[in-house]
Ligand binder design. Structure first.
Ligand SMILES: *[C@@H]1O[C@H](CO)[C@@H](O)[C@H](O)[C@H]1NC(C)=O
Ligand SMILES: *[C@@H]1O[C@H](CO)[C@@H](O)[C@H](O)[C@H]1NC(C)=O
Ligand SMILES: *[C@@H]1O[C@H](CO)[C@@H](O)[C@H](O)[C@H]1NC(C)=O
Ligand SMILES: *[C@@H]1O[C@H](CO)[C@@H](O)[C@H](O)[C@H]1NC(C)=O
Ligand SMILES: *[C@@H]1O[C@H](CO)[C@@H](O)[C@H](O)[C@H]1NC(C)=O
Length: 341
């Protein structure tokens, strides 16, 4: 039996869900690798998962000694306020996940090119710290970057991070000039969360590979014409709790055929922006809507031409049952929930 088949079998027997947290090789006894990572004395490296080192909630003020072989390092809920240049010197070829959530890190106390020296790093989480800008330079292997709940006002360059797929930047203090073209050229980017920041417009040059874009809870008042034109796979778009009025939304702004969910709730819209017929969930609650125009959902009506909307929320507006035109049901044929006041 070759190793791959054995691994798969074992993964099935031992429960596939563990795949999220473990790598296949941890199912094999250490002897197969001939090297047993030792653990930092204050931390915990579980016997069945020896390439992970857990140092959570230990009141640590700095990063402990990280022995060779450690791939997954958890340092959550400590008081770490600096990282020395040598902290990871013995795991530059090993470390894949570095989780530093809930510490006291500031940019000025992260010394040197610490992260870009980590040649296998895929996940970097520094949520809930005291960062005022993004960290960097970052290694090209990075897939998942999380810097939420800091005080970030400025993003550095993310250029060349060809595998970066997930970026979480919600709950920071990003303004338009702090972002400029930070996301340009991230050709693998699928998930971008910029919610709860202070942006007044959409970032320029977002990668068209995005599937999910969250921009809710900002101050965005305008969507440039054809902004989403090149986006072939965008499925989830949230723009709720912004300053969008009718004048800031060009007619074809949301005519994106891949879009399944659009959240425009808590804005200042008076009419319903036109959407593509493939849209399934449309949130428009708490705006200033006064009329319901079937043309917002169906350009033409016909046996094969109808809206795929399943859920439509219109509550918190000035639209009641009597405002709904009779031909609405011809268009919203598969809607199973329309919420009015
Ligand atoms: C790295 O390994 C060397 C040799 O074992 C050791 O002297 C050094 O303290 C280690 N560095 C860290 C940060 O653990
Ligand atoms: C770090 O952030 C915490 C929580 O936001 C705050 O209480 C503390 O004063 C900050 N420390 C520094 C050194 O900025
Ligand atoms: C990007 O990911 C692919 C597929 O996982 C991998 O083959 C490639 O080496 C990665 N590139 C970098 C720079 O890490
Ligand atoms: C939406 O875009 C398609 C092309 O992608 C176009 O054929 C269609 O007319 C547009 N719909 C509206 C309502 O403008
Ligand atoms: C709601 O719309 C009706 C007419 O459709 C209008 O008479 C009324 O003033 C509007 N109420 C508000 C709060 O805008």
């Amino acid at each position: 039996m070759n190793l791959g088949v054995f691994t798969l079998l074992w993964a099935l027997i031992s429960g596939a869900s563990s795949q999220d947290y473990y790598e296949y090789d941890q199912y094999f006894p250490l002897s197969m690798y001939g090297r047993s990572p030792i653990c930092a004395p204050e931390c915990n490296c579980p016997g069945n998962y020896p390439s992970a080192m857990y140092c959570d909630e230990l009141k640590l003020k700095s990063v402990p000694m990280v022995p060779p072989g450690i791939k997954y390092l958890y340092l959550r809920h400590n008081q770490i306020d600096h990282i020395n240049e040598k902290a990871f010197e013995n795991v530059t070829a090993d470390l894949q996940w570095l989780i530093l959530d809930h510490n006291l890190l500031e940019n000025s106390k992260i010394k040197g090119k610490i992260f870009s020296k980590l040649k296998q790093l895929k996940k970097l989480h520094i949520n809930y710290n005291n960062l005022t800008e993004s960290v960097g330079p970052l290694p090209k292997t990075l897939v998942d970057l999380q810097l939420t709940n800091n005080k970030i006002t400025k993003l550095g360059s993310l250029e060349g991070l060809v595998n970066l797929t997930f970026i979480h930047l919600q709950h920071n203090q990003l303004k338009d000039d702090g972002i400029s073209a930070a996301f340009k050229g991230l050709k693998s980017l699928e998930y971008l969360d910029l919610s709860f920041n202070q942006m007044t417009k959409l970032p320029s040059s977002l990668p068209t590979s995005l599937l999910t874009l969250y921009l809710d809870n900002n101050k965005i008042n305008n969507i440039p014409d054809e902004y989403f034109k090149g986006f072939k796979g965008l499925q989830y778009l949230r723009l709720s709790h912004n300053d969008l009025a009718d004048s800031g939304i060009p007619g074809n702004a949301f005519n994106v055929s891949s879009l399944l969910e659009l959240d425009l709730s808590y804005n200042k819209l008076k009419s319903i922006p036109t959407v593509n017929e493939n849209l399934e969930n449309y949130y428009l609650e708490v705006n200033k809507l006064e009329k319901f125009d079937v043309k917002s959902f169906c350009k033409i009506l016909g046996p094969l031409s109808y809206s795929k909307i399943k859920h439509l929320r219109l509550d918190g507006n000035n639209i009641s049952q009597t405002d709904l035109p009779p031909d609405m049901y011809e268009c919203l044929r598969v809607a199973n929930e329309i919420t009015l006041n």
